[in-house]
Design a protein around this ligand. Structure first.
Ligand code: C2E
Ligand code: CA
Ligand code: CA
Length: 398
């Protein structure tokens, strides 16, 4: 992944905390680390330089973290921020509220004493956000660019862990496509999936190529973690190809992956606009023993009848509701009702877009089955996934 995270600001009045953070950051990469001992000093530094990531203590004598946040909001600062909190400080709710009101990008809270693992997770999340922001200005690719990238094997599978919430173990990985440019930038699907989707042949080729890459890498993952499952995204137009379910079945067979270990995600919008062909494909996949999941639930308008009639085992609550559920009552209601609905229909419910501990705990209390989001891990290359280590999740034993 392109590394656009260079300069980091550490704001804390305790020199021992600044030292611990600095040491942890130095073991994670080669960053330009700048320190400030209070809010006043931090504000001066922010006026002088651009920081791609800021670690900021809330509780400081000479101008607090709130003053720093306010200053950043006034400057319309968009880069990620991590708050530092003393043990037991009930800051999370206030932080997400502040983030929303100030329109700041607060990744989460690092609890003192600061662990290297926590720092590493925040760094990955920050890099992912920065890469995304960078790509926003990148022009969309043409069909030709996408085709060339597929032919040159530059469209690759990344994996984001899904966490089973009772045990806090990784039970599944979702495959998310990434496109590597010639100068080794990593582009997000927004740059190439919509282009590919405008041409049925191209999205077909892209989907198959991502699945092939994902299954090869998944075999390596399974050697280490035999119980792990895999989830793939299917565009609506893929469902017009009635030979696709059989292709998927055969491809899984040749990669030693059981259909029962594979979930196919289809967006709620795709399901709602379903022509007969889509229903036929859904049934074919189901007969071949693949699991089916409704993605981005809450953004479409699936009826109870559809939920009943189609053989879906899983429902994924859209991240727009999960992201702000601690501060937005509407989102809270959507989440609570969706979990109830899923339970009543005997479906597994997955919440995506979990970005902090408060949301993770809230979902656990509601008995949500599975969670996914930057709080646990961003989408990772297979290499990063194999070595991933986070305080918030662990691999299943055996
Ligand atoms: P999706 O299936 O809803 O995937 C979840 C998206 O949420 C991913 O974006 C993921 O990086 C992002 N995400 C994960 N955790 C968090 C979080 O905590 N906060 C926030 N704000 N976002 C989070 P990504 O990778 O950019 O993918 C975007 C969409 O592109 C996917 O949405 C999916 O619809 C599509 N897509 C990705 N790969 C493929 C593919 O191979 N085939 C097809 N057809 N579509 C794909
Ligand atoms: Ca998905
Ligand atoms: Ca989704």
């Amino acid at each position: 992944m392109q590394n656009c995270l260079e300069r980091i600001l550490i704001v804390d009045d305790q020199s021992v905390i600044r030292f611990a953070l600095k040491t942890a950051l130095q073991t994670c990469g080669d960053y330009d680390l700048v320190e400030a001992k209070d809010g006043c000093e931090a504000k001066d530094l922010i006026n002088e330089k651009d920081f791609e990531l800021i670690f900021c203590d809330l509780n400081m004598p000479n101008e607090s973290g709130i003053d720093v946040l306010q200053h950043l909001a006034e400057r319309a600062h968009t880069h990620p921020i991590v708050m530092i909190s003393g043990e037991g400080e009930p800051l999370l709710n206030a932080c997400s509220l502040l983030a929303k009101q100030f329109n700041l990008n607060i990744l989460g809270v690092a609890e003192k004493p600061i662990q290297r693992q926590t720092i590493a997770t925040f760094l990955s999340a920050a890099e992912e956000t920065l890469n995304r922001d960078n790509r926003r200005s990148i022009p969309k690719l043409s069909e030709k660019d996408v085709e060339l990238a597929i032919n040159e094997h530059r469209v690759v599978a990344y994996f984001q862990p899904q966490i089973e919430l009772r045990e806090n173990t990784i039970h599944c990985v979702e495959v998310l496509a990434r496109l590597k440019t010639h100068n080794n930038n990593t582009l997000l699907p927004a740059s190439f999936i919509p282009v590919a989707e405008s041409n049925p042949e191209l999205i077909n080729k892209l989907t198959k190529s991502v699945i092939l890459d994902a299954l090869e890498k998944f075999q390596r993952l399974k050697e280490r973690h035999p119980t792990i499952l895999i989830s793939i995204n299917l565009s609506a137009s893929m469902m017009d190809d009635q030979s696709f379910p059989m292709w998927l079945s055969q491809t899984c067979f040749t990669h030693n992956v059981k259909a029962g270990d594979v979930t196919c995600e289809l967006t709620e919008t795709a399901i709602c606009n379903h022509p007969a062909l889509l229903t036929a494909s859904i049934l074919r996949l189901s007969l071949l023993k693949f699991n089916l999941s409704i993605d981005d639930f809450g953004t479409g308008y699936a009826s109870m009848q559809q939920l009943h009639a189609l053989p879906f085992q899983e429902l994924k609550i859209d991240k727009s509701f999960v992201k702000d559920c601690m501060t937005n009552l509407k989102s809270k209601a959507v989440i609570e009702q969706t979990i109830k609905l899923a339970k009543a229909l005997n479906m597994t419910v997955v919440a995506e877009g979990v970005e902090n501990e408060a949301v993770a705990h809230y979902l656990q209390q509601l008995h949500c089955d599975v969670a996914q989001g930057y709080y646990y891990a961003p989408p990772l290359s297979i290499r990063a996934l194999l070595f991933s280590d986070s305080a918030n999740m662990h691999w299943p034993e055996g």
